[in-house]
Ligand binder design. Structure first.
Ligand code: 5GP
Length: 389
């Protein structure tokens, strides 16, 4: 047994130090990025396109129920963001979706696992759509198995013209291994997710900020890219992930609860400790006040769950297999309505972070940013008293 004594960090352990900057306004910040991927070979039809590689704002909706939906993908693609669709869409649904708007191929990945069935499914969809599918997300909870690496390698040989996103891992050597075996973009994160209980169930994980710093370094050394996947709880964390070297940031919980994510909106009534005053004018003209029982407040929620939770297993796999436990939780997130303001808040925060750090472009953020380690990042004094933004 060995102990690594160097302290590893999470987003909550650091802040980005402000720097003198020549930027006049956050409006001047450019969040768009262009990437050329290492292993992907554009299909013949794409070779003359000026921008046959990636171009957009590198934020990705996670392939989770309530987030990686087709409605989310359409909405996000319209503003240059990316979506990894959930694995459960059928061949028909995928074909219809990509057929309806060929531009979606530049901003949407089809997600699969590593079973024989997953490959058959992808083959069938690709046969019908061909170059209308540009990205695949080969997604497993534990990216450290030999079988996973073999699958990525086989997939690369089979589909040279598909950009491969593969994960999840958290260490530099495994990031390199996946890139050398054909992955273009490696997804980083084991256990940081909002609906994840892997660290509790297994004791396994790696603090996310350090994982991103170390894996970005490993990937970039080989000309590969990474996605920081999971653990962002606010726009500031998204900025920290980019500052740490992430090429893309994937979000689950922060994008959950919207109309585009779908799911039933659940209304719950809460008793508050505020009394309701009632005024009555008496026959003699006097005013009488009475205070009746507690005020009732209505709140709206949407159910959101980890893709390894019991809820997801019941929904998609006929229940939890008898040899495994749930590694995800089921929660109620606030219903947020349309997705547009949610996205605006994230992009606004990110632009502002770039302004503070003196980065004119998102691309420059890692070079401009210095992290300061801290014991606490912000005060919580009015958190429970907040009534608006
Ligand atoms: P979030 O942005 O909500 O913090 O994290 C989203 C990420 O959590 C997903 O992209 C995925 O990598 C991870 N995730 C989703 N569901 C589960 C789950 O049930 N268990 C675990 N361990 N991770 C999950």
């Amino acid at each position: 047994m060995r102990i690594e004594n160097e302290t590893k960090l999470d987003y909550a352990n650091v802040l980005i130090r402000p720097k003198r900057s020549t930027l006049g306004s956050r409006k001047e910040v450019n969040l768009e990025r262009k990437f050329t991927f290492r292993n992907y070979e554009p299909a013949f039809e794409h070779r003359n396109w000026e921008d046959h590689h990636y171009r957009g704002t590198p934020i990705i909706a996670s392939n989770m129920d309530g987030v990686g939906t087709m409605a989310v993908a359409k909405k996000l693609a319209s503003v240059g963001l990316f979506t990894c669709l959930v694995k459960t869409y059928s061949e028909e649904e995928l074909v219809e979706f990509f057929d309806s708007q060929p531009d979606l191929a530049d901003h949407v990945a089809v997600s699969i696992g590593i079973s024989e069935q997953d490959l058959i499914h992808f083959d069938a969809v690709y046969d019908r759509l061909h170059t209308d599918i540009k990205y695949v997300c080969i997604d497993v909870a534990n990216g450290y198995s030999e079988r996973f690496v073999d699958f990525v390698k086989e997939f690369r040989n089979r589909y040279p013209a598909v950009v491969i996103i593969a994960g999840n891992v958290v260490t530099g050597e495994m990031t390199e291994e996946l890139i050398l075996n054909g992955a273009d973009i490696v997804k980083i994160g084991i256990g940081p997710g909002s609906c994840c209980s892997t660290r509790i169930q297994t004791g396994v994980g790696y603090p996310q900020l350090s994982a991103v710093i170390e894996c970005a370094d490993a990937a970039h050394g080989l000309g590969g890219h990474i996605i920081a996947d999971g653990g962002c709880t606010n726009p500031g964390d998204v900025a920290k992930a980019f500052a740490a070297g992430a090429d893309f940031v994937m979000l689950g919980g922060m994008l959950a609860g919207t109309d585009q994510g779908g799911g039933e909106v659940i209304t719950r009534l809460y008793e508050t400790d505020e009394l309701e005053a009632k005024k009555r004018i008496l026959p003699d003209g006097q005013t009488e006040w009475t205070w009746t029982s507690c005020k009732v407040e209505e709140r709206k929620f949407v159910k959101f769950y980890g893709m390894s939770s019991e809820t997801a297993n019941n929904k998609h796999f006929g229940g939890l297999k008898d040899y495994r436990s749930s590694e995800g939780r089921t929660v109620l997130v606030d219903y947020k309505g349309d997705m547009q303001p949610v996205v605006q808040e994230i992009l606004g925060g990110l632009r502002s972070a770039c302004t503070y750090a003196g980065a004119e472009k998102l691309k420059h953020l890692p070079k401009c940013a210095t992290f300061v380690r801290c014991i606490d990042t912000h005060t919580r004094i009015f958190e429970s008293k907040t009534i608006g933004k």
